[in-house]
Design a protein around this ligand. Sequence first.
Ligand SMILES: [Zn+2]
Length: 503
Amino acid sequence: MSKGGGHKCLRVAVLGLHHESNTFAPVPATLDRFMAGGFFEGDEIVQNYGTSRATLGGFLELREHEDIELVPLVHADLNPMGPITKDAFETLVGRMIDGLVRGGPWDVVLLALHGAAVAEHQPDADGEIISRVRDVVGPDVVIGVALDMHANVSSRMVSNSTVINAYMTNPHIDPRPRAREVADMAVAAARGKIHPVSALVSPPVVIGILRQGTSDWPMSQLIDSAREQGRRPGVLSVSVIEGFPYADVYELGMSFIAITDGDQDLANEVANRLASEAWSLRHEFIGEAVDVDTALTIAAAARSRPVVLLDVGDNVGGGSPADSTHVLAAAKRLGVRRLFHSLCDPSAVVECSAAGLGATVELLVGARTDDLHGQPVKVRGTVQHIDDGKFEDPGVTHGGFRFFNAGPRVLLHTDDDHFVLLTSRPMGNTSRVELTSAGIDPSSLQVIVAKGVHSPRGAFEPIASEMIQLNTPGCTSADLSTLQYLRRRRPMFPFEPDATFDL
Ligand SMILES: [Zn+2]
């Protein structure tokens, strides 16, 4: 079929499996959790992501072209937690491959992946997916891949894709335009207008979570350099990939991808240049987090409010269980008032819902998953709000998410003047609507505890007088020396301070 401009009509498949797997986290990513969390086929993908700022939103923009037939096939998305079970991985990837085989032939396959997925039998899960897709479509079909900036990138991921990039912002506010960039490159490659070649360079360095904000130096410097390199003639795309520190995999760490139009030497030069710049800044990427008592004391005394305390050890966006009580327990002990704190605790939700709106309850909350994230805390208070936990935030949020589902939830106003939001699903605190939809005015609070590091910033920076990163224990602790790595490369900075990097 040929339409305006004489272009061949391209058939483009859209697929995804998006998971950031924390190999230190206690809760595995099972098939049931994927099915409950987000499994979409065909038009469901358009309904759920067409207007979103997420990666798929960018891919779906290709529908505006008359000479492209875009076919959304399968997408599975689950919030970060432990590794994907073998059953879940094989079932979901099986559905993807089936869809590709049955719906083909294709000119382009677009894949929305995270890049830090780990399956229990496939540590390089994203590399495995791209390889299997390559195997079924063959060497001539264009494969475009969009990754999260927290990807731990393997050479297999790059060699099996035609074009691959990652977000360039953390908090992630650009997934949609970055996905659009990959989609446009893939289409241009399929039409023979460009001939992409890629270089991947992964210096032996892990960037801790505290210094991953892209508007803060030194990450901002690397992003600026990458954009400058991206403007050189012949360079099609440059990605700075921060890496995901909480996955014990060989590919752990930072990496750089450069794509040029047919010039391998240029791609190598660009990726190498950025990698050496990152290496020279490695000591600057070590951040410092504040201990809980000190931060709470500062926050309680602050004249200007609210102060947002970032619970780094229970960073739900990094795979933790969202039920850590270290900060809540300390706030009770120190008598800090007007504090917001959420906890995933389905059984407490049931208990408070049964008591009913307005009831006074006394119960243990939080720390249901393991001992690493504290002990259950006894609270006494009034059930102030009950709802189904679904809310929508059309504003700027981390990852471009718009529709949120915390599961049934209950707000307790405790005798300590704490607002404790109990949820049935693990929730990071990345939207102010999470609070307002439960009847809380965020600006009336003295302290907001947000489970996350960078992800809460888009939502809370506009109203916070100060944001403090906490050195809380947990499976996403800022202190990586508390985690045991068996599979990573050695030596690596900062674990082995004398590590070297030779280009
Ligand atoms: Zn990320």
